[in-house]
Design a protein. Structure first.
Length: 765
């Protein structure tokens, strides 16, 4: 059709058709370049309005420009992003609009309440009631849905989250002022542990084509839901039951619509909880995420687009796509908000430095325009997932992408928010500006490769190992800069917080033992602790049962004891060395720990400094007595994941160690080393629900074992690279609750060493 006559797009953004080839001659859009054959309202009026609300001025503009196009291209036709726009165009334009369904079908699908009723016999719906605005109350909602305290109101006609609110007993009066007394609304209980899913369907005369679904990124702003983007990659990691049911239900809906005579594109929204996938609504239009499917078609060298498929549906019985389509993209949409505007603009100026960013599309944004609240500014496209399911089945969004104005740090208040500062540094990571990087290189280079982190010392007091050069750290609001005197300081959104020191690379690590092993391959010198690896690699990795979050190599080479002794000798007089750690990958379950005993004995012969062992627990607890006699003064047997089902899921080898083996080792170790902090266990925050993690904290505290909290840091080369740690708020809550549990048993969160807490969720004032 596009080749028969000039075809013009009528839509929201010019970027909606960037990967449609030569299909369109031009476009009329709200946002665009205003160049060539694009007619853009925001360029002509230097103003961006919130397109989720009716705006008569654009309706007039659309008709005016469409009539101009008709004068220039007498044979032209128009294709609508949103079919309902046939109601706002003049008759001369209306007769040139192509590929529009019967108005009765469109009106049915626009009416969200009637659409639900129409599909109620076909697929699961969330529980809901229908009320006129004047009759809505919190009391009535509670009477219908006894076990819920929060509810969702949705207008009969709504779009992009506009017209959908969350309410409870605290904000009911606020919401009542926003709804119309004479309009109908659905009221549903808030399904708290749930995610939103969208799928494109193209309906033909004899078949239905399902395109790859995505997770919808939805924010709650001022009690209103707001669409922020889509993640096609994260969808691929959802539980199988969600993906399976979404496909089945989408097919059923598509078939019903096909039989009614509907043709072309629709978008279906589902909501999925831990038990079911529920239908929410149908959008009889193209979707905000359509452009990413078009990008995937182009990547696959397929000369097609969703717009072309939509047109084909009105001309052909079926469609054939020669290969399965994979949409390996995600995007996040940014809108004007006066409270977060400085954060948004900061991110806009940083996107080019992040390898996970493909491009930023702003439809020729002019920052000097006038902006409506919530109007579109730009969107960033990523080549990796930017969201993931939490352990509670809620959606997490990467912290550097989601804008949050609740924690604003300054050089005056950061000391009052030390926990928040550390958590934010962990979750956001850090950047180093060009001048600071040059100076660090001169000083020996940044010491980050061991743990993909930069070792930061804030005001000579607080030691924090901050993620550096990771997938999203280049978008961090935190940056290391130089002042005019050449001193390093930490900035937050380009405002100085505090002076810092950065640990540079330890060149001794490049030295070799007599047998030719690099020091750094068998040891690691931290701030004040020398770590010695008692084995190379991990036993469970050699059995293809390694932990899915760990990047230790599959290496079964034996580390000669003489080389390890050589390391001890070399570092014996190292000025900062205060204690030792014997660690490394997990040993085999039946290990007799004899090598560890020999290493500890040698250290004890040479030094009186404390020796810390981190290992899996021995099956035979009598070994603990041998470890104590060898000179070991502290031990840690790391449960990491308390929920043993999840432990086996994420740690196929180590997770099979029975909890009783840990308990036996803990109890015997406490008898030997006491209950004052010398016996510890690490838990990973982000690998299990908060409830079970805190049960694990309580479990070890009851035995006199000190818990250490370590934040999940997904590593690109591991199976769990797609996961995300919890939100900053959740992490802080877990830390505070864990502290309370520890205090109730007369303990403190570990580790005890102020320097060694750099990589753990603890900060000592």
């Amino acid at each position: 059709m596009g080749n028969k006559f000039p075809l013009f797009w009528i839509g929201i953004r010019e970027s909606e058709i960037i990967d449609t080839g030569t299909l369109f001659t031009g476009s009329i859009t709200i946002f665009g370049s205003g160049k060539g054959t694009n007619y853009s309202f925001d360029k002509d009026y230097n103003y961006r309005f919130d397109y989720n609300k009716e705006f008569d001025n654009f309706d007039l503009y659309l008709n005016e420009k469409a009539l101009e196009i008709i004068q220039i291209y007498p044979s032209c036709k128009f294709l609508l992003y949103y079919s309902v726009d046939i109601n706002i165009v003049c008759s001369e334009v209306l007769e040139r609009i192509v590929c529009v369904n019967d108005i009765d079908i469109i009106n049915l699908l626009e009416d969200k309440i009637n659409t639900r009723m129409w599909l109620s016999d076909l697929i699961p719906l969330p529980p809901f009631i229908v009320e006129y605005g004047e009759n809505i109350s919190y009391k009535k909602a509670k009477e219908y849905f006894l076990n819920y305290n929060q509810f969702v109101i949705q207008a009969d006609y709504s779009c992009g989250g506009s017209g959908t609110w969350i309410f409870d007993d605290k904000n009911m009066d606020i919401i009542k002022k926003r709804i119309n007394a004479n309009d109908k609304y659905t009221i549903s209980p808030l399904l708290s542990n749930s995610i939103s899913i969208n799928t494109h369907i193209i309906i033909y005369n004899k078949s239905v084509l399902l395109l790859p679904p995505s997770i919808q990124l939805i924010n709650l702003e001022n009690y209103c839901f707001s669409y922020k983007g889509a993640d096609f990659i994260a969808y691929q990691y959802l539980p199988e039951y969600i993906r399976k049911k979404s496909k089945i239900y989408a097919s059923k809906i598509g078939e019903r619509l096909r039989k009614t005579g509907y043709r072309g594109v629709i978008g279906i929204d589902f909501i999925a909880d831990e038990a079911e996938v529920y239908f929410m609504e149908i959008n009889a239009r193209f979707q905000s995420s359509t452009f990413l499917i078009n990008k995937a078609f182009r990547q696959a060298n397929l000369d097609i687009s969703v717009q072309q498929l939509h047109i084909n549906a009105f001309e052909y019985d079926n469609v054939y796509i020669p290969q399965e389509l994979h949409v390996n993209y995600s995007f996040y949409n940014y809108a004007y908000n006066v409270d977060t505007f400085f954060q948004i603009k900061y991110l806009y100026n940083r996107f080019h430095s992040c390898e996970s960013v493909i491009e930023c599309i702003d439809d020729s944004l002019n920052w000097n325009m006038d902006f409506d609240a919530n109007t579109y500014l730009f969107k960033i496209i990523f080549n990796t997932n930017i969201s993931a399911l939490s352990q509670e089945n809620n959606l997490l969004v990467q912290s550097n992408i989601y804008m949050n104005n609740k924690t604003i740090l300054t050089n005056k208040n950061w000391r009052n928010h030390l926990w928040k500062l550390k958590i934010m540094l962990f979750s956001h990571g850090i950047r180093v500006n060009e001048n600071a990087e040059k100076k660090l290189i001169k000083q020996g280079g940044i010491n980050y490769e061991e743990f993909e982190a930069l070792d930061l010392i804030i005001e000579n007091q607080f030691y924090i190992s901050v993620p550096y050069l990771t997938a999203f750290s280049q978008l961090s609001p935190f940056e290391i800069c130089l002042d005019k005197n050449g001193k390093f300081f930490l900035s937050y959104y380009e405002k100085k917080l505090a002076y810092v020191n950065i640990r540079t690379y330890n060149k001794m690590g490049l030295e070799k033992t007599k047998s030719g092993l690099l020091y750094e391959d068998i040891s690691y010198m931290g701030y004040d602790r020398l770590r010695i690896y008692y084995r190379n690699g991990c036993y469970y990795k050699t059995q293809n049962q390694g932990c899915k979050f760990c990047d230790i190599e599959n290496n079964c080479a034996i580390l000669p004891l003489e080389d390890l002794k050589e390391i001890v000798d070399v570092y014996l007089d190292y000025p900062n060395l205060k204690h030792y750690l014997i660690g490394g990958g997990s040993d085999c379950p039946n290990s007799d720990f004899k090598k560890i005993v020999k290493i500890a004995q040698y250290i004890k012969e040479k030094s009186s400094k404390p020796i810390y062992l981190m290992s899996t627990p021995p099956k035979d607890t009598r070994i603990l007595g041998d470890l104590y006699k060898s000179g070991i003064t502290e031990v840690s047997f790391n449960l990491e994941v308390f929920d043993r089902n999840l432990a086996q899921k994420y740690m196929p080898g180590k997770g099979t160690i029975p909890i009783q083996v840990y308990e036996n080792a803990f109890r015997e170790a406490v008898k030997i080393w006491g209950n004052t902090g010398n016996v510890r266990s690490i838990f990973i925050v982000g690998l299990e629900p908060e409830e079970s993690l805190l049960k694990g904290v309580k479990y070890v505290c009851e035995m006199g074992v000190v818990p250490i909290l370590s934040l999940l840091k997904p590593i690109q080369s591991t199976e769990l690279h797609y996961m995300l740690p919890p939100s900053d708020t959740t992490i802080l809550h877990i830390c505070m609750e864990a502290q309370k549990i520890c205090a109730s048993y007369g303990l403190e969160l570990g580790p005890a060493c102020h320097f060694c807490e750099d990589n753990s969720l603890k900060i000592t004032y």
